[in-house]
Ligand binder design. Structure first.
Ligand code: FES
Length: 167
């Protein structure tokens, strides 16, 4: 598996900090996902070998935690908060609208590879609910009524200057 020198060095420095190698698993997986955007079969097997566990032990962790992905995400990552304050102010309708406008299902990537829409839990901006995070930027008060225009803005930004692939 191809990992940068920097990530390899980070992982090699990380593992000895734990009493057992396997205890470093979450941090190792985060580091790989940060660099590669998702956790491939190769990455899972590499992690298992590195931590001296069977691959199934790594699969169990990867499939348990929703923050780990086993497929690449789109170039624009759209995350809709669905916790109480946002849900009460229409987050589910916002999410439906964004999926419709951006052409992808929940947790899926649009056919052009540009957009992935997902739910996330509370991002601590409840006073400005509903909130949506696009890439790493927080957008407040994205009500169901505003969602179509908001999607159009994301599309325009993507067309005008498509950010480089995140990974
Ligand atoms: S409930 Fe959405 S930010 Fe807290």
């Amino acid at each position: 598996m191809n990992l940068s020198e920097k990530t390899l060095k980070y992982i090699d420095g990380l593992i000895p900090r734990y009493p057992q190698k396997r205890s470093a698993m979450l941090m190792v997986l985060h580091a790989i996902q940060e660099e590669q955007g998702f956790l491939s079969k190769d990455a899972i097997e590499w992690t298992a070998q590195k931590l001296e566990v069977v691959p199934m032990a790594v699969y169990e962790v990867v499939t348990f935690y929703p923050m780990f992905r086993q497929a690449p995400i789109g170039r624009r990552h759209v995350k809709v908060c669905r916790t109480l304050s946002c849900a009460l102010r229409g987050a589910y309708k916002v999410c439906d609208s964004l999926q419709h406008e951006l052409g992808c299902g929940l947790g899926q990537t649009s056919a052009d590879g540009n957009y992935t829409v997902e739910f996330v839990e509370c991002v601590a901006a409840c006073g400005s609910a509903p909130v949506v995070i696009v890439d790493d930027k927080l957008h407040e008060n994205i009500t169901p009524e505003k969602a179509p225009d908001f999607a159009a803005k994301i599309k325009k930004e993507t067309t005008v200057s498509l950010p480089p692939s995140r990974y």
